[in-house]
Ligand binder design. Structure first.
Ligand code: ATP
Length: 340
């Protein structure tokens, strides 16, 4: 693990034991996050974004889940730590924010009391010092009248303010890693832009790594440095944002990009959608997992699973035909025309 890596996930597999047998929701996922870097994790619903973050936080029920691989954080493999050690890391060294603030904010306590409690749980600060730190972090979120907000209850705040308070709570212990799971999905565009700016600002102020989970390529373009695109439990493309937006290599990523509305889009026109459905986890195809929906798929794609290979420096892709597609020599296919 390089010294600049905040976290290194290596060959992570997450298996759930269900009534229908064992399902592998995350299958051989590797990535790392550096300090002062936002890694976007994107993909359709069910591709394993949240299970990956829950595995990092060790929030999954271990009676029905088992893991393979390593999640190295601060020299320790999070998959092997006991609950006491994990409880000390969660909320202090690794924090998480969600779309829904209700799971993070208790309606019965004032905002100030909750932030002070988060600090006191993880440190030995006395109440006065904790109150000062709470005011400092809430002020840093740019919320108007921070002293007043600290005396208020969550229901007295707007959705955007609650989101800022949740971020303040997540950051008050100055974590090394923040996991943000679709934190802006429910917000209007102006508030969304402010919250994204706040996360980027805090990332550099705290020299923190951020894993930003989203299905929105627009958000990726705005705040991420690198991006891991997931499909059915696997990373299928991993790249810097510049390289990904300049030349996406995987047909699935190309489809996600085409599904993004742009300023030039005709508002009356239907947006592009990727045809077909994601296969079920209980019936994972033996070849490429995207083959059934891919406009370029050949027999090889159906029978043999590609691995994640380095295409160019800093850009990896899991596709047999990425090169031919990039050079315009992809297998001629009726469906391919739909993606050009
Ligand atoms: N406890 C569980 N038992 C069995 N399967 C599970 C369990 N938790 C999650 N899964 C499955 O794991 C897969 C990945 O789920 P996950 O929540 O990570 O997807 P996601 O990419 O975060 O989707 P979304 O964008 O909708 O949140 C899904 O197929 C889901 O049904």
């Amino acid at each position: 693990m390089s010294a600049s890596h905040v976290i290194d996930v290596q060959n992570l597999r997450t298996h759930f034991h269900t009534e229908k047998g064992r399902v592998t929701a995350v299958d051989d996922v590797s990535f790392h996050v550096e300090r002062n870097e936002v890694l976007g994790v994107v993909g359709e619903s069910g591709c394993g974004k949240s299970v990956t973050s829950e595995a990092i936080m060790q929030l999954l029920n271990t009676d029905i889940t088992d893991f393979e691989g390593e999640i190295m954080f601060d020299g320790e493999n999070l998959l092997t730590l006991d609950e006491d050690r994990l409880a000390r890391i969660r909320g202090k060294d690794i924090s998480m924010i969600f779309q829904d603030t209700t799971s993070s904010l208790n309606p019965l306590y004032t905002v100030g009391d909750q932030i002070i409690e988060a600090l006191q749980t993880h440190g030995r600060r006395n109440r006065k010092a904790a109150a000062e730190a709470a005011l400092k972090v809430v002020s840093a979120t740019g919320i108007p009248s921070p002293e007043k907000r600290l005396r208020e209850y969550p229901h007295e705040l707007s959705g955007g303010m609650r989101q800022r308070i949740m971020i303040a709570m997540a950051l008050v212990c100055e974590p090394k890693l923040l996991i943000a799971d679709e934190p802006t999905t429910a917000l209007d565009v102006t508030t969304q832009a402010q919250i994204l700016d706040l996360i980027v600002q805090m990332k550099s102020d705290l020299d923190m790594g951020v894993i930003f989970i989203t299905h929105d390529m627009g958000v990726v373009a705005e705040i991420c440095d690198r991006v891991a695109v997931m499909y059915l439990g696997q990373v299928i493309e991993d790249s810097t944002v510049e390289s990904l937006f300049e030349a996406p290599l995987h047909p699935y990523t190309k489809g996600l990009m085409q599904a993004m509305p742009t300023i030039e889009s005709d508002p009356q026109a239907d947006l592009y959608t990727i045809k077909g459905k994601v296969p079920s986890l209980s019936d994972v195809p033996k070849g490429c997992r995207f083959a059934a929906r891919c406009p370029y798929a050949t027999d090889k794609c159906v029978s043999e699973a590609p691995s994640l290979e380095v295409a160019t420096e800093g850009h990896k892709v899991r596709c047999w035909h990425w090169k031919a597609i990039a050079e315009g020599n992809a297998p001629a296919h009726e469906k391919a025309a739909e993606m050009t």
